[in-house]
Design a binder for this molecule. Structure first.
Ligand code: PEP
Ligand code: MG
Length: 767
């Protein structure tokens, strides 16, 4: 063990000047950063860390450690009530424990030194966890920050910070990620609070374009006014090449926020005060330089920085910018405008793919497709999936955003344009084309520069895919087992909707026909194989399998379907969903058998079940009865969800929740049934909008109901994959998880992180 480590282990208090960036074990990530930035002469408000040694000593001496271990020993973290109870018990242990004289002395000395006789001085107390890979975002809310701390509540704030290591969510996270609870330490950071005259945020790169420009936002008073968006700040744009101010927009601010003890207060500003330039030109340049210095410190990664000006400039926080758009998007669109497309269709799966056209009339010609080719066909079918996987891109004549080609190519990550109307007639075999699946267009020839930019973008995305973790879980919607392995490697917490219809179609026979012909075993085994691929790829992350929800018109497409299915006028409102599970019991039982096989024989206990299109409590109870009789009763290890798609499940959410562990909102059907708009009717598409106030009200109502009943609530319809404002709305209202299409994984993760962060800051302001 090196000398420094021994010294660190011995020290209870470390001033920022004494801390190195590698001292995470002693002072946590936050503390180490503050130390390293102080050492780099960045203007960090002074402070110190009460090291993790003190925390470990305290829990040992006060015998809290033993009690924590006992409380957590047999805890099943999936049982929400028990988990919360354990968390409360542990927090109480900390808060009610007396502090010995030695500890009191240890805490008071640096506190007095920092105050330096100034009793007016405001101090912030924050926690800083020591496990390096603890997700900052999901923990930030739990590990607390106390502002305006004085001598009276100082020690209690330290205890609260320690206790914040045991919120229900933190315990749950550690259990699921195999962290030993007792190995994770926590340091407490005590820092001078800056009562800002002017404050705001600064982006070391332009947050919307990613350009090398420093953007500063400034407002009078505390920075919360700017961060929370409650005022329009001044904005200044600085060119870091020659340190010139490129643009200045001075706004008029009506009020400012100031600190008063441990709360804040709004004060009106006169027109004269509010309309002045908030930060002088000199300070704008000084601040921009500090911003670039911090960016260098973080090895060139663009930073989103909170700053304040009191007697001088101070840096309060810095984190990576999460809003920079996908690289070169602008450049790509500019280029697309110059080169005229030869075909236009729907943008079904984003990305650029170029290659040689191979027109496929039916599955017998699939051998034609090599990894150099662009697959062109009227419409893809399930048996084309292996060839689709090989292709550079896919173009179809027919189909919409939810057609087979669109869904499968999104999942496989292959650029795809559907519904061109004339691809198979206008293009000919062996001609070269470039497909832009994000814009839904096709260009003649191989457009080298577009392809090159796409390659660069992908390599950037790989880096950006690193471990951004959020408190709200991010799930993916999945249908094709072939796509599972690569998607499972991405930054996603599981499968929130595993649609079984694709596998069932690929089996190539209507299940009733299979039963009639004595092939039911084979049908169920094939289904199990498909399910197993997905469950295995994601294990131990949860995979929520939704039982079949073909409508009769879709079932009719399967071989044997014509005889088995009734002709219905309104298949959307017809023989489908949970009701069908119950009435077509033998098929449902074949599905259950397949699920059981994957859980028991293949041992993938991460597989859970969700029932679709639930209409009444009676039918749900019936379906559950059948599940119980088939060995799939709800338990600690086996979760049952229902989809909330029919308004009855919204209105009666409390009743339905009695039978399940959670729900997932199927916003596609829910929108259709709430607004009375056929989701497949192109002529009504302008009416089909999930942002309608009625839908938002339903979402809020369901989330509240689930929270009230301590059940999980997710969403798996298209809405969050299409509308960022819906993601924001859901996160703000406390949804447990969001499930999106594979192409939206990374942007949605970034967006959730951004919303959570903003939300936490607003909460902090209330504290
Ligand atoms: C939904 O209705 O939102 C949903 C996810 O189910 P599907 O689109 O498969 O009907
Ligand atoms: Mg649905």
């Amino acid at each position: 063990m090196n000398k420094r480590l021994i010294w660190l282990i011995m020290k209870g208090i470390l001033w920022f000047e004494e801390i190195d960036k590698d001292d995470i074990d002693a002072v946590g990530g936050k503390g180490a950063n503050l130390g390293a930035m102080t050492k780099r002469d960045l203007p960090i408000p002074p402070g110190y860390a009460i090291t993790s040694k003190v925390y470990f000593d305290f829990i040992e001496e006060a015998e809290i450690k033993k009690k924590i271990e006992e409380t957590l020993a047999d805890l099943d973290v999936e049982e929400t009530d028990k988990l919360q109870e354990a968390s409360d018990t542990i927090k109480k242990l900390f808060l009610e424990q007396d502090i010995s004289d030695e500890f009191n002395e240890l805490f008071s000395k640096p506190f007095d030194k920092l105050k330096n006789g100034n009793n007016e001085l405001n101090v912030a107390v924050r926690s800083s966890a020591t496990a390096e890979d603890l997700p900052e975002a999901s923990f930030a809310g739990q590990q607390d920050t106390y502002l305006g701390v004085n001598k009276e509540n100082y020690v209690q704030s330290i205890k609260k910070c320690w206790a914040s290591l045991f919120t229900a969510r933190a315990i749950y996270y550690r259990e699921n990620n195999n962290f030993n609870h007792m190995d994770v330490g926590i340091s407490v950071i005590v820092q001078k609070l800056i009562d800002a005259d002017v404050a705001g945020v600064m982006f070391s790169k332009h947050p919307s374009t990613g350009e090398n420009q420093v953007l500063i936002e400034a407002g009078i008073g505390l920075g919360e006014a700017v961060v929370s968006g409650s005022i329009t700040p001044d904005t200044y744009l600085v060119d870091p090449g020659d340190w010139k101010i490129l643009n200045k927009e001075v706004s008029t601010q009506d009020f400012k926020i100031i600190r008063q003890g441990n709360t804040t207060k709004e004060i009106d500003l006169s027109k004269k005060e509010g309309s002045q330039q908030k930060l002088s030109d000199d300070n704008i340049i000084k601040l921009a330089k500090i911003g670039k210095d911090i960016e260098d410190f973080y090895e060139g990664e663009g930073q989103d920085i909170e700053w304040a000006y009191s007697d001088k400039l101070y840096i309060l926080q810095s984190r990576p910018i999460t809003t920079i758009p996908e690289e070169n998007e602008e450049a790509q669109s500019a280029q697309s405008m110059e080169t005229k497309p030869i075909l236009k269709g729907l943008a079904a799966s984003p990305g650029i793919g170029a290659g040689t056209v191979k027109i496929i009339e039916d599955a017998s010609q699939l051998d034609k497709i090599t990894s150099e080719d662009v697959l062109v066909t009227t419409m893809t079918t399930p048996d084309m999936v292996p060839a689709m996987k090989r292709a550079q891109a896919i173009i179809t004549d027919e189909g919409g955003m939810t057609s087979h080609a669109a869904i499968v190519s999104r999942e496989l990550g292959i650029p795809c344009t559907v519904g061109t109307g004339e691809a198979t007639t206008k293009l000919s075999d062996n001609e070269e084309v470039t497909v832009n699946g994000k814009k839904g267009v096709v260009f003649q020839g191989i457009q080298e520069s577009m392809v090159e930019e796409e390659t660069t973008k992908k390599s950037h995305e790989k880096v950006a895919r690193s471990a951004l973790i959020t408190g709200t879980n991010l799930y993916v919607n999945l249908s094709s087992p072939d796509a599972a392995e690569s998607i499972a490697k991405r930054n996603v917490d599981g499968v929130g909707l595993f649609r079984a219809e694709f596998i069932a179609a690929q089996i190539g026979i209507h299940p009733q026909k299979a039963i009639k012909e004595g092939k039911s075993e084979d049908w169920s085994d094939k289904l199990a194989e498909g399910i197993n691929k997905v469950a295995a790829a994601f294990d131990p992350k949860p995979v929520v399998y939704r039982t079949l929800d073909f409508k009769t018109n879709e079932y009719r497409e399967l071989p044997g379907g014509e005889e088995a299915e009734p002709k219905e006028n309104n298949p959307m409102l017809g023989f489908r969903g949970c009701h069908r599970n119950v009435k077509s019991r033998r098929v449902f039982e074949l599905e259950l058998k397949a699920i059981k096989k994957v859980r028991d024989e293949y041992d993938h206990k991460n597989l859970h079940v969700m029932l679709p299109f639930v209409r009444t409590e009676r039918i749900l109870k019936k379906a559950i009865e059948i599940m119980d009789q088939n060995g799939l009763a709800r338990s600690k290890e086996f979760k049952l969800w229902i989809m909330v798609e029919v308004p009855s499940t919204v209105f009666l959410i409390d009743d339905f929740l009695k039978y399940v562990d959670g729900v997932s909102i199927g916003s596609n059907d829910l929108t259709q049934l709430t607004l009375g708009v056929d989701r497949d009717n192109q002529n009504l598409s302008e009416l089909f909008d999930e942002r309608d106030p009625a839908i938002l009200k339903a979402l809020e109502f369901v989330i509240k109901g689930c929270r009230r009943n301590n059940k999980t609530v997710s969403i798996c319809g298209q809405a969050p994959s299409v509308y960022e404002e819906i993601v924001e709305f859901l996160v703000k209202h406390g949804i447990t998880s969001i499930s999106v299409n594979p192409d939206r994984i990374e942007p949605t993760r970034r967006l959730i992180a951004r919303v959570e962060r903003r939300f936490l800051l607003n909460n902090m302001r209330e504290i």
